[in-house]
Design a protein around this ligand. Structure first.
Ligand code: NAD
Length: 265
């Protein structure tokens, strides 16, 4: 905490799209204060001053030591190594990096044994509400209504399908009462045959500077329901992440998500 009660925050990847958005959003809040910014040693923004007087460095240990919590929107490799060090130091975390494998998730689980962490594939209020609506719709309509999800993102996005699309697909599977891995279909190509009942399709479109769009379609006989979310600014993710940042400090060790932060569970 600073003297005025704000939570001290270390931002990872301050030169990145989301890192910048988090720093900008923090400027408008009194409950958090950026106290450190850490990027990779060859990042373009190294040595620059951000958030008033914080110089971007590459020493993660020093960055975590200067903060009560860190915010991580970087790459899978960076997120895994940061979580390993944070476990050693017991530092709480807010993690938004997507594309993590089961082995990567196990590293986060180790951190969650010693510190509270919030992990979300999407920090926006709208998408978290959408996941609840998708679950309810899938449950009410049942697997005779075909569920297909289309996501669109900017051309630089590395992972596909998006973490948000997977969260929405898992919500639909939960509504159907099945494990997602048993019914998933990521894209179609060639002679794939007729669509099996209960399959959940996810399709990724990439282009331009699209911040993030997700449409969940539920196809019945003679009708179709579409539930869509369009992010037009990264501000929504940054604002949600900072809300999580202020919330997570002081919580018992464990893994939390945005439903916990928003009190929607
Ligand atoms: P980006 O490529 O613009 O930025 C990544 C940043 O991480 C860069 O500054 C890079 O230098 C930095 N980085 C790489 N290795 C590092 C290391 N070892 N230590 C510190 N910093 C390191 O990417 P982006 O568009 O900002 O997205 C980052 C991640 O966040 C992606 O996985 C993306 O899918 C995810 N994302 C999540 C949400 C959400 O709400 N959860 C929203 C948007 C993006």
């Amino acid at each position: 905490m600073t003297k005025d009660g704000a939570v001290r925050v270390c931002v990872l990847g301050p030169s990145g799209r989301m890192g910048r958005a988090v720093i900008d959003a923090a400027a408008g809040r009194s409950d958090v204060k950026i106290s450190a910014a850490v990027d990779r040693p060859d990042a373009p923004g190294l040595g620059q001053t951000v958030a008033g007087q914080v110089v971007v460095g590459s020493d993660l240990r020093a960055g975590l030591a200067a903060a009560a919590v860190y915010v991580d929107f970087t790459s899978v490799a960076a997120t895994v190594s940061a979580a390993q060090l944070a476990r050693e130091l017991g530092t709480p975390a807010v993690i938004g990096t997507t594309g993590l494998s089961a082995a990567d998730e196990a590293v986060l689980a180790e951190l969650a044994r010693v510190a509270p962490i919030v992990v979300a594939s999407n920090f926006s209020l709208g998408v978290n509400l959408l996941a609840g609506l998708v679950r309810k719709a899938a449950q009410a309509l049942g697997p005779t209504w075909d569920v297909e999800i289309v996501e669109t993102h900017h051309r630089a996005k590395r992972d596909a399908p998006s973490g948000t699309a997977l969260t929405l697909a898992q919500a639909a599977a939960a509504g159907h009462g099945v494990a997602y891995d048993a019914v998933k279909r990521h894209g179609r190509d060639g002679d794939v045959g007729a669509r099996p009942q209960g399959e959940i399709g996810v399709h990724a479109v990439r282009g331009g500077d699209v911040v993030g769009e997700h449409t969940v379609s539920l196809f019945g006989a003679g009708e179709r329901l579409e539930l869509s979310h369009r992010a037009t600014s990264r501000t929504i993710f940054a604002a949600g992440a900072l809300r999580a940042t202020a919330w997570v400090v002081g919580k018992p060790p464990g893994r939390y998500d945005m439903l916990d932060v928003l009190g929607l569970r």
